[in-house]
Design a protein around this ligand. Structure first.
Ligand SMILES: Nc1nc2c([nH]c(=O)n2[C@@H]2O[C@H](COP(=O)(O)OP(=O)(O)OP(=O)(O)O)[C@@H](O)[C@H]2O)c(=O)[nH]1
Length: 178
């Protein structure tokens, strides 16, 4: 995909609104706290393509993960989401350190997202092994990319600056277990 690319809500420039541009609180989208995994195969990253029928960001690339449930910590949320999205074997992957905390406001009526990105060690699934272990939920496609081949424009807008930093080696994909 090109240009502003996919993202929740209507297509706009994909830029983050300045506080004074956000307008009154009434009518703003929800603020979501999300845990997401930077899943490292050793030389590649595993990401997923959102369902073509998703309510927002249909067909966009994203990191596996989802919203924290009430009282749930980010690691527990990510382990749960990996199991829901990629099947039971994904819950055995090692969740490591926090790679970054992202904050993005999607154009209305999209959400404001606080994304806690955690490194995930999937080196035991390198080569093609991940294909035998992952049972993606319906509609979701899991894809492996070499770092320098990450198609930044196809990621959800919140992820793009971060994925550029990963691609360029400014953020390490794996740093050992914390
Ligand atoms: N999992 C994931 N979510 C992301 C990423 N980047 C990003 O902006 N998000 C946003 O964070 C939210 C994640 O919530 P979710 O996964 O539980 O929700 P969803 O939109 O897939 O489905 P749902 O709202 O119908 O449950 C979505 O608004 C999604 O657009 C990402 O890299 N991974």
């Amino acid at each position: 995909m090109t240009g502003s690319g996919p993202g929740p809500g209507p297509e706009h420039a994909g830029t983050q609104a300045e506080p004074e541009e956000r307008g009154p609180a009434i009518g703003r989208g929800p603020r979501l706290v999300v845990a997401a995994g930077l899943v490292w195969l050793g030389s590649q990253l595993l990401v997923q393509r959102r369902s073509k029928t998703a309510r927002h960001g249909a067909g966009a690339l994203e990191l596996p993960g989802g919203k924290l449930e009430r009282g749930e910590g980010p690691r527990a949320a990510l382990a749960r989401e990996l199991g829901e999205e990629w099947g039971p074997q994904a819950t055995e992957l090692t969740i490591g350190s926090v790679a970054d905390v992202l904050h993005h406001v999607y154009p209305s009526p999209g959400p404001e997202v606080i994304l806690i990105v955690l490194r995930v060690d999937a080196r035991a699934w390198s080569g093609q092994r991940w294909r035998e272990r992952i049972e993606p939920e319906p509609g979701v496609e899991v894809v492996a990319f070499e770092l320098d081949e990450l198609p930044l424009d196809e990621f959800l807008a919140a992820d793009r600056p971060f994925m550029a930093a990963v691609r360029d080696g400014r953020v390490a994909a794996w740093m050992g277990q914390c």
